[in-house]
Each structure stands twice: as C-alpha cells, then as structure tokens.
Design a protein around this ligand. Sequence first.
Ligand SMILES: [Zn+2]
Length: 173
Amino acid sequence: MRAMTNPRAITRLVIHCSASPNGRPVSIAEIDAWHKARGFHRAPAAVLRWNPTLKHIGYHFVIGVDGATSTGRSEGEIGAHVVGANINSLGLCMVGTDSFTPAQWLALRNQVGALIEFLPEMEVVGHRDLSPDKNGDGRITSDEWLKRCPGFDVAAWLANGMRPETAHVLDAT
Ligand SMILES: [Zn+2]
C-alpha cells in the first residue's frame, strides 16, 4: 500500500464479511451496487480523486475469494460500514460469510499487518464486536451481537498470530 499519514485520526480497523456464499466470487463493483441500493454515497470530490467508478462503496478494502485486495474509499475518507463508528475507522470486507479461502486469509494478514505498520496504535475488531454491551459487563458476548459479521472471532485470530481456525478455512479443492 502507499505511504499514508493519518489525516482523520484513525483509531480502529473494522473487519466485515460480505454475507454472500462462502467461496463465491463477488467483485468490488457488485459491492458498490449493493451499497448504492442501501443509499450510501461517497463525496463527489473524493470520487474524482480516488476510484472514480465506485461512487457508493462504504468499505476501504475488499478481499476477494482469490485473495486479491481491492480498494474502495481512500483511507482519508470516512467510510460507511458500521453504525456510529465510521468517523475514526477503516472498514475492510472479506468476501464470504464465515469461511474464507487460504488466499483470503493470507491477504487479510498482509493487509492488516501493513496497516498496523502505519498505524501501530490502531485497534483491530470485527463488526460484531461493536455491538452495544447490553449488560454492561465490558465484554461483547454472542447474545449481544447485532450481526454475526464478520463470521469469525477477530480477537482470537489476532491472538493466534493472525492464523485462522480450521473451521473458517475453505478447502482449496
Ligand atoms: Zn459488517
């Protein structure tokens, strides 16, 4: 990725999934169309400067089933991917629901590693981890998740040296 400054005090990377069938390719243009249907809009000036064919997408990065990482919004743009927490975050989407190809896992590790190099203080979380803590115990437990997104435990993945649990790895065959 290109050198970046931290123009809007990014403190968090939020990992999402596309909630499409595991292993089925989805292009970033399709995600842009989904986000158009949901009424998301990038600022016109930002569209002119970066990825002008993607006028709606809410994410900053999308990792396809082939492991290719595409960019959506630029890091300097506020995304549209998590209610109430877009201003200081980046949004990354894994194509699939809860099981991803080995190439995707490798790309995720590379992308998150590169982002952490530029923003070492950044917190890396899953979308579901930002659900409201209903019982106020300081932990977001599965009964409190508003969504299952991104379909895996980001904290466990980080704690395991960015290695996925086997149950979340799609067979390469
Ligand atoms: Zn999400």
